[in-house]
Design a protein around this ligand. Structure first.
Ligand SMILES: [Ca+2]
Ligand SMILES: [Ca+2]
Length: 265
């Protein structure tokens, strides 16, 4: 802890108090899918601050603790649509205190191939020795929103397991707002479809996309913002398909009626 505190004190630029959470997926596993149409929603989740995603787009990386990690697994090549939107949610802190998060998240997310360490392995975190040894000194954390990145855990001295890195391979991203590259509408929601993803494990890192909200003078700096995430897997039947189907049925009905009326005559 001494090292990480020292690190925090030496960080320059826009930054805030360190969060103590490690990367985990509890309550945020969308599930396992193939290309069969399926939908999965994860609610009652909240992220601290409204800048965690976009802070990982800049040159000094970002703090993974200011993001939420989601996961899913694909068994075959699959089209996946990910959607996130602001919500209020019930938040339970480490002491078991329950509170209600606030609205106002501008969601941004990136999709990566790969998975963080999960139990019984130790969880990954920004200030671990192996994490810090594998990124430049000037960085705020290990998270990168637009690139491949890596983060690791602490050595398990009890079971004599050395620290190890988790690797995330960048697939794509989307974010709410009106800035360059955003979805163009600051309405607290964002969605993106990823076509033909290969089988395997995936991680989604979600956070706020309001870059200026990380200013230390922001009174809402440490607020928790609620978010609901939805994954749709597989080929979604398109409205045009239904329309053609209905039109076809209508046409057949007309033909049948005509034949019947001809028969009656
Ligand atoms: Ca940054
Ligand atoms: Ca939007």
């Amino acid at each position: 802890m001494k090292k990480s505190l020292k690190h925090v004190l030496f960080v320059v630029g826009m930054t805030s108090l360190p969060a103590m959470a490690h990367i985990g997926y509890t309550g945020r596993n969308f599930g396992t899918f193939d290309d069969t149409y399926a939908m999965s929603t994860r609610s009652d989740q909240a992220v601290t601050g409204n800048y965690g995603w976009i802070d990982g787009t800049d040159a000094d990386y970002g703090d993974a603790h200011k993001t939420l990690a989601y996961r899913f697994t694909l068994l075959s090549p699959t089209d996946v649509t990910l959607s996130f939107q602001q919500a209020t949610s019930q938040v339970t802190d480490h002491s078991g205190n329950v509170s209600t998060s606030q609205l106002g998240l501008m969601p941004g997310f990136s999709l990566f191939q790969g998975l963080a360490h999960v139990a019984p392995m130790g969880a990954d975190y920004d200030s671990s020795d192996i994490s810090r040894a594998n990124r430049p000194d000037y960085t705020e954390g290990s998270f990168r929103a637009l690139n491949d990145w890596k983060i690791g855990n602490a050595p398990d001295t009890v079971n004599d397991i050395p620290a190890a890195l988790s690797f995330f391979k960048y697939i794509g991203h989307a974010y709410d707002g009106t800035g360059f590259g955003s979805d163009g509408t600051a309405d607290g929601r964002v969605s993106h479809t990823f076509m033909n993803l290969a089988p395997g494990d995936y991680s989604v890192f979600l956070g706020g996309a309001d870059y200026l909200s990380q200013d230390i003078s922001n009174p809402n700096l440490l607020n928790k913002y609620g978010v609901t995430g939805t994954l749709v897997a597989g080929v979604v039947p398109e409205p045009e398909t239904y329309a053609m189907l209905l039109a076809g049925l209508g046409l057949m009905g007309t033909i049948v009626r005509r034949r019947k009326s001809h028969g009656n005559v």
